[in-house]
Write a protein that binds this ligand. Structure first.
Ligand code: GLP
Length: 269
């Protein structure tokens, strides 16, 4: 297993800094496959919270490889994805459902009724119930064992965007429909051939749902993530930087980041 080049405890969280994104993703994939194998040995289900975006792609590639080459079985696994654009068809190649199908679901033995992605086609009038139902499904499964998280350049987690809510209210946010932040829309433009085609709304797993996971792995790579990482790890706990809300449960949070994403924190510590 790749060793971090530096390991720090920041605001109670375990922060592991790697020379490359590939090494950090290898560590994350290893934690997930070990949890799946432990679960299988004990006859227990493993419930995973999954993320999309460029950051976790190597993790899924590794899990698919583990399935093909080492027989890692997803028979005892359920997954819940963090977010989905709204509205969007699951068949749209830019949907997060398509992303997950392409990178993981289609390549492993995960039953279709255990691979949950918020549905970008639910009618407006049903969106609230859909979010509530998603949270209930996770609770009924006994909660998330591991939540994979990326972070937006504005500090968002899932699509929980910066807001002026109090911390007490922010940490209670359930799974719901949200407006996307201008920076998120601009970052998504490359996937949608321009900003005009990016959906203005999304469904996101709530902050409360994320924080309730038994273990949270946050990944961030590259210089462009350095400010969000520093504001999340060194700044005050505030809903203006959703990543900082992770401090409220920091004893179960591990950050797996590369040197470039760590550049600002390394200047401070
Ligand atoms: C996206 C997703 C997040 C993701 C983040 C970072 O908008 N909604 O779940 O973690 O932004 O994306 P990337 O990994 O491509 O930088």
């Amino acid at each position: 297993m790749p060793k971090p080049i530096r390991r720090l405890t920041l605001a109670g969280a375990d922060v592991k800094i790697y020379t490359s994104a590939a090494s950090a993703c290898e560590e994350a994939a290893h934690s997930i496959s070990a949890a799946i194998e432990d679960g299988a040995r004990l006859g227990k289900k493993v419930v995973l919270g999954l993320a999309t975006g460029a950051t976790p792609e190597p993790i899924y590639a590794r899990l698919v490889e583990d399935h093909r080459e080492r027989g890692l079985s997803f028979e005892n696994v359920s997954t819940y994805n963090l977010d989905e654009y709204y509205p969007i068809s699951p068949l749209d190649p830019r949907s997060y459902r398509s992303y997950m199908e392409q990178r993981l679901f289609a390549h492993v033995n995960l039953a279709p009724n255990r691979a949950h992605v918020l549905d970008g086609t639910v009618p407006d009038s049903f969106v609230k119930q859909h979010g509530e139902q998603f949270d209930r499904w996770i609770l009924d499964e006994g909660g998330l064992d591991i939540q994979l998280l990326g972070i937006g350049r504005n500090g968002h987690i899932g699509f929980n965007e910066p807001s002026n809510l109090s911390v007490d209210r922010a940490v209670e946010l359930p799974t719901r429909l949200v407006d996307l932040h201008p920076m998120t829309i601009s970052d998504a433009a490359k996937d949608f051939d321009g900003e005009e085609s990016v959906p203005r709304h999304a469904l996101t797993m709530g902050v409360a749902t994320i924080l309730a996971a038994r273990s949270i792995l946050v990944l961030a790579f590259g210089e462009r993530k350095a400010p969000a990482v520093a504001r999340s790890l060194l700044g005050p706990i505030t809903a203006e930087v959703p990543g900082s809300l992770l401090h409220t449960v920091s004893n179960k949070v591990t950050w797996l980041i590369d040197q470039a994403a760590a550049s600002e924190i390394l200047r401070e510590v």
